[in-house]
Design a protein around this ligand. Structure first.
Ligand code: SF4
Length: 458
């Protein structure tokens, strides 16, 4: 039986959990739904296609999915036309067992199937309950993602991950590395430039792996297509003023890449390079493939070429067996580097990962105590680092209105610091504005647009 949808009941809502890859997938799926004639509904209770794009990295994200899903499953008893979809990493990991747990579900789809949403929904509308979690070759992406911001957009360049970090579920759920061709990536960026986007972030779970699955090598035996080559290939796309990339892996980060970032004016001097632990023994057990000394050398090299570069990272505390002394090494690295931003997390065992079943799991008390101590240090260091912006003129790409003060707009510096200043969002959205920084807090800045300030002086 086919469910007939009228215009009035074609409304969708997507709730996204987790990382930037999930956010990018959600945008892509929103684009597909809009192409199918669905309209966004802010209120999930008014939507008839509800999609949860899930994440298994944090326990609470997984629990939240189940609680949201439970509420909508009840609604389905009185509104049988409601379509419930679970996508992302929980869907990939749980597969059919999700249907047993929540029989009201219509579609369970792993992250590799995001581009197939239209076909899969069609099968659902034809009366089927569908599970799509088998490994697939990702077809070139021809859908036009709906972008959340008019100024900045994410562009996937490599899907999956071939690393085997012992705490991470990504390789199991996102599959092996699959790079898009440079031509397809450039075509997407050109389209974004035509649409008025000013900034793009090239995305991959391990972006430094870009191209190693594509054919071809140079006479010196290097892969023909690398992230560095990709930056040179896309940096002159008309309309695009800023290029970022994430997430970098210290194991594969090269000096050639650093040189390219210093040389190419549109590439932001902002690097997100997770170190995870400052202790070599812990890094080894995490299977990260580098030492803390190597990490420090990378940062030194970046600062040699770009003294003002902003550095952000991720760190995990309380990995199984981590001693107080090993944790101190993480504090030491954090102290020494002077990060512009550090995302911290207490280790949480993820099903199906090696470290989840190891001896030496630490108590929640120890983990949360270490997390608090690290966060305390991070707040101090980041506030110090922020001070260097005081009195400087920074170029801000305006993204939105300040939700807490409608007289202000907000955007980011090239180094990715959130910045507020007085202005009209309708006039300034998507504009690059020179702003003199007058206040520097740990995580954000406030300033005055340079032209306005000159006018005041005159
Ligand atoms: S590099 Fe490691 S942490 Fe990152 S996605 Fe791959 S396995 Fe996970």
């Amino acid at each position: 039986m086919t469910t007939i949808m009228t215009t009035s009941n074609r409304r969708y809502h997507i709730t996204t959990f987790g990382c930037q890859m999930n956010k990018a997938d959600s945008e892509r799926m929103a684009g597909i739904l809009e192409d199918m004639g669905f309209e966004w509904s802010e209120d999930p209770n008014q939507a008839n296609v509800i999609l949860y794009n899930t994440c298994t990295i944090r326990d609470n994200a997984e629990q939240k999915v189940y609680s949201y899903l439970g509420r909508q499953a009840k609604r389905k008893h009185s509104e049988p036309d409601l379509t419930l979809v679970v996508a992302g990493c929980v869907a990939q990991q749980e597969g059919e067992s999700l249907l047993r747990r929540v029989p009201e579900l219509d579609l369970v789809m792993g992250p590799q199937h995001a581009n197939r949403l239209k076909d899969l929904l069609q099968q659902v509308f034809d009366g089927n309950q569908v599970v799509a979690t088998e490994a697939v070759h990702i077809m070139e992406d021809i859908t036009k993602p709906r972008r959340d911001s008019k100024a900045t957009a994410w562009v996937n360049v490599i899907y999956g991950c071939n690393e085997r970090c012992t705490y991470c579920v990504v390789p199991g759920v996102r599959g092996i590395e699959q790079s898009r061709t440079p031509e397809a990536i450039r075509a997407e960026i050109e389209e974004l430039g035509r649409q008025g986007y000013k900034e793009i972030t090239l995305l991959g779970q391990n972006i430094d792996a870009y191209g190693r699955d594509l054919p071809g090598s140079t006479p010196e035996g290097r892969h023909l297509h690398t992230l560095t080559d990709l930056l040179y290939y896309v940096h002159d796309v008309p309309g695009i003023e800023r290029i970022r990339f994430a997430t970098s892996h210290p194991r594969y980060f090269t000096e050639r890449l650093i040189k390219a970032c210093a040389e190419l004016p549109k590439v932001c001097e902002h690097f997100h390079i997770p170190f995870q632990s400052g202790d070599n023994e812990v890094l080894k057990r995490m299977s990260r493939g580098y030492t803390q000394e190597k990490y420090r050398r990378i940062i030194d090299k970046i600062r040699e070429y770009m003294p003002d570069a902003s550095i952000s990272a991720d760190a995990i505390v309380g990995f199984p067996g981590e001693t107080e002394e090993q944790f101190q090494n993480t504090l030491k690295l954090t102290e020494d580097i002077g990060f512009d931003m550090l995302n911290t997390a207490a280790y949480s065992p993820r099903p199906g990962t090696p470290a989840a079943i190891w001896d030496g799991q630490l108590s929640e008390e120890v983990k949360s105590d270490r997390l608090q101590r690290l966060n305390h240090l991070v707040n101090i260091k980041i506030a110090e680092r922020s001070q260097r912006y005081m009195g400087r003129t920074e170029e801000i790409l305006v993204e939105d209105q300040n939700p807490k003060d409608v007289t202000q707009v907000m955007g980011r510096t090239g180094g990715n610091r959130l910045t507020f200043f007085t202005g009209d969002i309708n006039e300034l959205k998507g504009q690059l504005v020179k702003v003199k920084i007058t206040e520097a807090r740990a995580f954000s800045l406030t300033g005055i647009p340079v032209k306005v300030q000159e006018a005041v002086l005159v």
